[in-house]
Design a protein around this ligand. Structure first.
Ligand SMILES: [Zn+2]
Length: 375
């Protein structure tokens, strides 16, 4: 029943509130989403009509405790293996443990992801054992329901597709065998979409053949939908992060074509084109040949072609000191962080204080767009 718990890794978006704070458990901050109260009400009401309200309420409390213990399995394993835990949140479809960073190795990813279902399995078996020795009555009924719920959670969560625990285990396996975590995420996210679709089909089939009620059908469709959505988000994030290594400042930098100060814009463009430097960035040099300003692409675009013979390059250029610079050789995530921290249009690419080229944000965006469309 409570089956979904996409474990969120990486930095949380600022200002995001994880839920109602419930204090700390074993040193972890615990939060409760208000939707849990909806679950408590609904399950108590529905199961109450069938088995009595006391049993229904007892079951839902044990269910929440089971989810908490499942998450503590993840959180304790993560902490033991050196990954900080931001907190545990209980939600209507389960819970999730928010970690401070991704697992550094496939082995740690595998251990952290399997710890949750392992706890659920142990709880399910323990509750079944308790049910086996108890005399008939309300407590035994609760024990049977808790055993069933935990076994379902253990099995369902082990299905191999993100964002389920089994999906993280699958990602770890692909990561270990290919050496690429990103490859693992892509494969596991695709499998997650399949698991989501299959859950939807299974829900309808179980309902039509009378195995589950309308409530069960709605809950399963909800689970199927969040699975599909979680898997799709993971797939997109993995595809984008796979493109980050392509950001290579040296490769993306345009060469510089310098013209003397006072040159008309049209003449500068003609000279660049005839020198085969049409793709180069125009710059302005003083009488000694030293670069003093960078011609600004947007300012050039704003000048109609028939006006360009009458406009000097200086009037559409910015002083070099006013242009941000990035070091040559920067690439991957470092380059992306730099570009994101200052999303200006153009950067000077420098090595030892010497300007060696110009990087345009638009070129980076174009590269990422063309590659992400091509996959
Ligand atoms: Zn889990």
């Amino acid at each position: 029943m409570a089956a979904m718990e996409p474990t969120v890794a990486g930095p949380a978006s600022p200002g995001r509130r994880p839920g109602i704070p419930l204090g700390r458990v074993l040193g972890f901050s615990l939060y409760l989403r208000w939707t849990v109260l909806l679950l408590v009400g609904l399950v108590t009401l529905l199961s109450g009509q069938l088995i009595g309200y006391g049993v229904g309420f007892g079951f839902v409390v044990c269910l929440l405790l089971s989810v908490l213990l499942h998450e503590l399995g993840h959180a304790l394993t993560a902490r033991r293996l050196g990954i900080g835990v931001r907190g545990i949140t209980l939600e209507i479809l389960g819970g999730y443990t928010e970690m401070e960073r991704d697992a550094p190795t496939p082995r740690i990813e595998l251990l952290v992801s399997l710890a949750g279902p392992a706890v659920s399995l142990v709880l399910g078996v323990a509750a079944a054992a308790v049910a086996a020795v108890l005399p008939d009555g309300a407590v035994r009924q609760v024990a049977i329901l808790v055993a069933l719920a935990n076994l379902i959670v253990a099995v369902f969560n082990s299905l191999p597709g993100l964002p389920l625990d089994g999906g993280r285990a699958l990602r770890a396996a692909v990561w270990a065998s290919t050496g690429s975590q990103q490859r693992g995420t892509v494969v596991s996210a695709r499998c997650g979409q399949v698991v989501g679709a299959a859950t939807g089909v299974a829900a309808v089939w179980l309902y039509v053949s009378g195995w589950v009620s309308e409530f069960g059908l709605v809950l399963m469709i909800l689970v199927a939908f969040s699975l599909w959505q979680g898997a799709t988000v993971s797939a997109r994030a993995a595809r984008l992060s796979g493109l980050v290594p392509l950001i290579d400042v040296d490769r993306l930098a345009r060469p510089i074509f310098a013209v003397p100060t006072g040159t008309p814009l049209a003449e500068a463009q003609r000279q660049a084109a005839s020198a085969g430097a049409g793709e180069a960035a125009l710059a302005v040099a003083d009488s000694t040949g030293r670069l003093v300003a960078l011609v600004h692409t947007d300012a050039v675009a704003a000048v109609p072609p028939d006006r360009r013979p009458w406009v000097t390059v200086d009037s559409v250029a910015r002083e070099l000191a006013a242009v941000r610079s990035v070091p040559a050789g920067l690439r991957g995530a470092d380059a992306l962080r730099m570009l994101q921290s200052d999303p200006a249009g153009e950067y000077l690419v420098t090595t030892d204080d010497r300007v060696v080229g110009v990087l345009r944000s638009a070129d980076v965006t174009r590269l990422l767009r063309s590659r992400s469309a091509g996959q």
